[in-house]
Design a binder for this molecule. Structure first.
Ligand code: LLP
Length: 435
């Protein structure tokens, strides 16, 4: 098996976290998200250790947008992992599970007044995206009577080899202050003259699903050079350097992983070099990984309903999990490996397109997939869906969202119940004149 935390039992059933996928599907129904607790903890530790053994004050703040289920966020906080949030609900989740403000970082290019107020009141670090936001923050701090801790999201113009929808560090992207034109430096100058903000950090995030270490080195170099310039020209020492997330995972069996160690080596060796060259003091290094912590810990189970043979083109198999449950394949042309969870011992002799149940041609989970011969009642497992899977799901075609279970060494607990039809109409209202 190309995923070390997955295996098959004697009956040829796929096993995750010590539990058979076939049993999970029978017990909890399908479509079903399954998350492996041990794998998440290991992924976090591997990532954290990679940085902390190279940098004495390294901090890892999990990007909640990847999967903000409270159980997942809580177990990561148990490991000592803080929170990177980008909406008021993510912020409230972090606070609810007990993450203190000082371990929360708030990002985003459009932060509302209630979001900023809550962040300031709780002492979260806010990475400011533009000068208008800076002014709003300064005014709010005045009103609340509490200094706001801020950094700036800067745009280092680094090309990350990834899907254009998830590359964020290019000059034309909507995020942050441009470094090269001097806009980023100017922002630090303006903030340093403000009464109510405390400038602590610098932040950038160059994109997601990156499997080449070089862009991380380029990012580190541009960031640290700017840190030196801010000290020299503005007179502000930056204590926190936040490099965002971005580490990818191998989705395809033949794809090569980039290890957290290789990413950390590239980032920290570049930072150390510039610290020495420019005689800088060593900042706290913050990372905000999402995908690399939770993606491979999750699978989506779907029951085969129907198969369709085609002449001169690929046969279809339809499962009950569609683009509403996992939109990545059609949105990013993303590959998720698919296994026949109840036929792990059988040869993958057939080729299928795997469809969901929605009325759209984009409703597929994989094209041209090698699988054993499948029939009604079989169970398919779509791998590596722990990040941006359920988090980006929808109720398109009034499909209730799937349930999610957490497995750990043979134990199972439901961590999000399956939606029902009544959940879909709970917020709707038919006006009186239509009664
Ligand atoms: N920090 C910031 C400011 C971010 O915008 C992101 C992700 C992260 C951290 C975490 O990045 P990661 O380690 O997960 O690469 N929906 C897309 C991914 C969008 C990522 C957006 N930002 C997908 O399904 O591939």
């Amino acid at each position: 098996m190309f995923k070390p935390h997955l295996n098959a039992n004697e009956e040829g059933h796929l096993v995750i976290g010590g539990v058979s996928a076939v049993d999970l599907a029978e017990r909890f129904g399908t479509p079903l998200y399954v998350m492996d607790e041990q794998r998440i903890r290991e992924n976090y530790q591997r990532f954290y250790q990679a940085f902390s053994k190279r940098w004495d004050n390294a901090r890892v703040w999990y990007a909640y947008k990847a999967n903000s289920n409270m159980a997942i966020c809580k177990l990561l906080w148990d490991e000592g992992c803080g929170a990177e949030v980008s909406s008021i609900c993510e912020l409230k989740i972090a606070l609810k599970i007990g993450v203190p403000g000082e371990d929360i970082i708030f990002n985003g290019n459009y932060k509302t007044v209630p979001e900023l107020e809550l962040a300031i009141k709780n002492g979260a670090l806010i990475n400011v995206d533009n000068l208008q936001e800076l002014k709003v923050i300064n005014d709010l701090s005045e009103k609340i009577g509490k200094e706001a801790r801020i950094g700036f999201r800067v745009n280092p113009d680094v090309k990350a080899p990834t899907h254009p929808h998830i590359a964020t560090g290019l000059r034309e992207s909507k995020f942050g202050f441009d470094v090269e034109s001097g806009k980023a430096l100017e922002a630090y100058q303006i903030a340093s003259e403000m009464e109510r903000v405390k400038v602590e950090a610098i932040h950038s995030h160059i994109g997601s699903q990156i499997l080449d270490p070089k862009p991380f080195g380029e990012q580190a170099e541009k960031m640290m050079n700017l840190v030196a310039q801010i000290r020299d020209e503005v007179g502000v020492e930056i204590g926190i350097v936040d490099m965002g997330g971005g580490l990818g995972i191998p989705y395809k069996p033949d794809e090569e992983a980039l290890s957290p160690d290789d990413m950390a080596e590239e980032t920290t060796s570049t930072m150390k070099k510039i610290i020495q060259e420019k005689d800088l003091s060593k900042p706290t290094l913050v990372l905000e990984p999402g995908r690399s912590i939770v993606a491979d810990a999750g699978m989506l189970l779907g029951r085969v309903g129907y198969t369709k043979e085609r002449e001169k083109t690929t046969d279809w198999v339809a499962i009950d999990a569609g683009m509403n449950a996992l939109i990545r394949p059609v949105l990013y042309d993303a590959y998720h490996h698919i296994l026949a969870a109840n036929k792990m011992n059988e040869k993958t002799s057939e080729t299928y397109n795997v469809a969901g149940p929605l009325c759209e041609s984009g409703d597929y989970l994989g094209k041209e997939r090698k699988l054993p011969k499948v029939e009604r009642g079989d169970l398919l497992a779509v791998l590596d869906v722990g990040a941006y899977g359920l988090a980006m799901s929808s109720q398109h075609t009034a499909q209730p969202r799937p349930a999610m279970v957490l497995v750990n060494s043979g134990d199972v607990e439901i961590v999000r119940r399956r939606e029902e039809c009544k959940d879909l109409t709970r917020l709707d209202k038919v006006p009186e004149w239509l009664e």
